[in-house]
Design a protein around this ligand. Structure first.
Ligand SMILES: C[S@@+](CC[C@H](N)C(=O)[O-])C[C@H]1O[C@@H](n2cnc3c(N)ncnc32)[C@H](O)[C@@H]1O
Length: 337
C-alpha cells in the first residue's frame, strides 16, 4: 500500500488488494472510496494516518463489528466524538507478520551458505520476524515438498526453481530498530497487534499468538529510533558481535513504504553503500513501487498476485505474497547449504 497516495485512491486500491483475503475490509474500503463525507473527514488527518488499515483497526478497537456492514463503519466515523480519531493519531499500523519468514528465510539461507548470522531488522515492530531459526518451514514447490527447521510450522506455496535442500541458518545475534518498538511483554500492545489482523483471518491471529510466545521466551533487543539514523551504528555492533566467520544481514518487510520518497532514495543509497563496503548483506521485501530499482532488476511481477518484491543486495530474487503465503522464486536453483 502507498500511504502517501490521495485518500480516495488509497481506499480504492485497498479494496482491490484485500478482496480475496478480507471481503469485509474490501467492502469497507470500496464504501469509503465513494463516500464524499467520510473522505472529507479522513482528509483532515495527517497523510500517513489516512491509511485504511489504521482507520479500520481504530474503528474495530472501539467496537465496530468486523466482519460487518459498511454502515457500521460509516456511522462510527461520522458520529465519532474524537475517540476513534485519538486512536488513529496515537497508534500505528505496526502489523507484525511472522508468516513473512517463510519467504525471507530462503534469502537468509542463500546469504548464510552455512555461516552464522547476525540479523538486524529495520522497522521491526515487536521483533517477531527476528526468529527465523525458531520455526519449521514447509515449502510446497513444483518439484515436491521442502521442509526445514524446528518449531511452529509456517507453510508457503512456491513457484519457480526453488532449492530442493534448504537449511535454516543459525542466528547468533539479533536486534531491531523501530520508531516505536512494541514490547512482546506488553499485553495492550500485543492486543493492538492482534486487532490489526484482518477480520476473517483467524489463522493469522493464531500465528501471531504463537509468535508472541516464541519471542517472549527470549525477548528481542529493539532500538527506538529512525532506521536512517540508527542503522549504521547497529551494523557495526553486529559485525563486532558475529566476527569474520559470520555474516551481518539487514532486512525489512512492509516498512520502506512509510518513508517519504526522498527518504526511500536515501535508504536505497545507504544500503547500496553498506553492501558495496561489505559491511552487511541486505534483504528487502517491499511493495513493487517502494524500491523501484530492486523491483526492476529482474522479471516483472506475476499477474494478479498480491506481491512484494524481495531483493538480496539490491537484486530481485523473488516475488512474494505480502503475508508470506506464497512466492515465485527467481534466483538460480542453487541449493542453500
Ligand atoms: C507494517 S510494520 C512491519 C513490521 C515487520 N517488518 C513485519 O514485516 O512484520 C512497519 C513498521 O515499520 C516501522 N517504521 C516505519 N517507519 C520507520 C522508520 N523511519 N524508522 C524505523 N521504523 C519505522 C513502524 O513503526 C512499524 O512498526
Amino acid at each position: 500500500m502507498e500511504p502517501y497516495a490521495p485518500v480516495a485512491e488509497q481506499y480504492a486500491d485497498f479494496a482491490r488488494w484485500s478482496r480475496d483475503e478480507s471481503p469485509c475490509f474490501s467492502q469497507w474500503a470500496a464504501g469509503v472510496a465513494e463516500d464524499p463525507d467520510v473522505l472529507a473527514l479522513l482528509s483532515q488527518l495527517p497523510q500517513v494516518k489516512q491509511q485504511p488499515n489504521l482507520v479500520f483497526a481504530a474503528a474495530r478497537w472501539h467496537g465496530v463489528p468486523a466482519p460487518g456492514p459498511y454502515s457500521g463503519l460509516r456511522d462510527a466515523l461520522i458520529g465519532d466524538d474524537g475517540t476513534i480519531r485519538a486512536t488513529v493519531l496515537s497508534r500505528s499500523t505496526q502489523t507484525n507478520e511472522v508468516g513473512r519468514l517463510a519467504t525471507l528465510t530462503p534469502a537468509f539461507a542463500a546469504i548464510a551458505g552455512g555461516a552464522p548470522l547476525a540479523l538486524i531488522e529495520v522497522g521491526a515492530s515487536a521483533g517477531l520476524c527476528l526468529y527465523p531459526d525458531r520455526y519449521t518451514y514447509a515449502w510446497s514447490t513444483e518439484a515436491g515438498p521442502v521442509t526445514s527447521g524446528q518449531g511452529p510450522r509456517l507453510e508457503c506455496e512456491v513457484a519457480g526453481g526453488f532449492p530442493q535442500r534448504m537449511s535454516v541458518p543459525r542466528v547468533e545475534w539479533r536486534a531491531g530498530i523501530d520508531l516505536n518498538p512494541l514490547s512482546v511483554t506488553d499485553d495492550d500492545a500485543m492486543a493492538w497487534l492482534a486487532n490489526l489482523v484482518w477480520p476473517e483471518q483467524d489463522d493469522r491471529r493464531e500465528r501471531l499468538r504463537v509468535a508472541v510466545e516464541v519471542a517472549r521466551a527470549d525477548p528481542p533487543a529493539l532500538v527506538a529510533g529512525d532506521l536512517l539514523t540508527e542503522l549504521p551504528a547497529l551494523v557495526e555492533r553486529a559485525a563486532g558481535q558475529i566476527g569474520p566467520a559470520g555474516r551481518v544481514v539487514v532486512f525489512h518487510s512492509a516498512v520502506i513504504a512509510y518513508l517519504e520518497t526522498d527518504d526511500r532514495v536515501r535508504f536505497h543509497e545507504m544500503m547500496t553503500d553498506l553492501v558495496e563496503r561489505r559491511r552487511c548483506h541486505w534483504v528487502s521485501n517491499e511493495g513493487p513501487r517502494v524500491l523501484p530499482q530492486v523491483s526492476a532488476s529482474g522479471p516483472s511481477e506475476p499477474d494478479g498476485q498480491a506481491s512484494f518484491a524481495m531483493g538480496v543486495d539490491g537484486q530481485l530474487v523473488a516475488w512474494t505474497h505480502g503475508h508470506g503465503r506464497s512466492m515465485t522464486w527467481l534466483a538460480p536453483s542453487v541449493d542453500a547449504a
